[in-house]
Write a protein that binds this ligand. Structure first.
Ligand SMILES: C[S@@+](CC[C@H](N)C(=O)[O-])C[C@H]1O[C@@H](n2cnc3c(N)ncnc32)[C@H](O)[C@@H]1O
Length: 235
């Protein structure tokens, strides 16, 4: 099965960074705004934008919240940094890091958003379980992503074409229900931004009051330090 590997994803997105904003990025802007609108933030909240890329979502946050934008790719996050400097976005901090091992303490964020990130990592369920660990109880996790179609013909095509998509930077064979099966988060709702959209916006909530409830989470928490093991790399 063709899948993503962080080792090859990073250089791939360093290359994507040069033309992302006027290719894929141009297709996704209104969906990103809609995804950010699903975050029930209030003044003073701390939001993690995981897989922030070139920062196309960042203009949608009010200045009274703090946004941490994290990304694996130096090339992508460098574009975001230039944009933030140009626009004077002091409420946004950019960090280079791997969402599979996020360098943050448990319950560090009020809410988390991941736009077009879940199918770009090697293990989507692990990514969401890590997000569950670092979001506060009651916090929302918003995904904007393509997931494998429930229509059998479309679903088959997406599975069949997956090796091609993996070569250019994402998976097309990930089913939402498969990802959620391994994840300790409450499914709230999902919808398509446009009628015929291939992508969905999915809202999940961390309803647990404890840090770990599933054995998978307990395993993750054994490996994860309660405090950052190392300082995030400021891009
Ligand atoms: C398709 S781009 C989406 C960027 C942005 N969220 C958007 O919607 O325009 C996927 C991003 O996820 C980042 N990414 C991939 N794997 C990652 C990981 N393990 N941790 C953090 N970011 C990752 C890539 O570097 C890339 O910038």
């Amino acid at each position: 099965m063709a899948t993503m590997r962080e080792r090859s994803t990073k250089p791939m997105y360093d290359i994507w960074a040069w033309f992302y904003n006027w290719t894929f990025g141009a297709l996704v802007r209104s969906r990103q705004r809609r995804a950010v609108q699903q975050l029930p933030f209030k003044p003073g909240d701390r939001i993690l934008d995981l897989g922030v890329g070139t920062g196309l979502t960042l203009k949608h946050y009010p200045k009274d919240v703090t946004v941490i934008g994290m990304d694996l790719s130096h090339g992508m996050i460098s574009k975001a940094r230039v944009m933030c400097q140009e626009r004077g976005y002091d409420h946004i901090k950019l960090v280079r890091g791997d969402g599979m091992n996020p360098p943050f303490a448990a319950q560090s964020f009020d809410h988390i958003i991941m736009c077009h990130t879940v199918t770009v990592v090697s293990d989507p369920a692990r990514l969401l379980n890590q997000a569950a660990r670092i979001v506060k109880p009651g916090g929302r996790i918003v995904l904007a992503n393509h997931f494998r179609s429930t229509n059998s013909i479309m679903g088959w095509l997406e599975k069949f074409s997956n090796p091609f998509w993996v070569k250019i930077g994402w998976r097309s064979d990930v089913a939402l229900e498969d990802v959620l099966k391994g994840v300790d988060l409450q499914f709230e709702y999902h919808f398509k931004h446009r009628f015929m959209d291939l992508w969905q916006i999915v809202c999940l909530t961390n309803n647990s009051n404890t840090l770990a409830t599933s054995s998978e989470n307990q395993q993750d928490n054994q490996n994860a330090n309660p405090l950052p093991a190392k300082q995030p790399v400021l891009a």
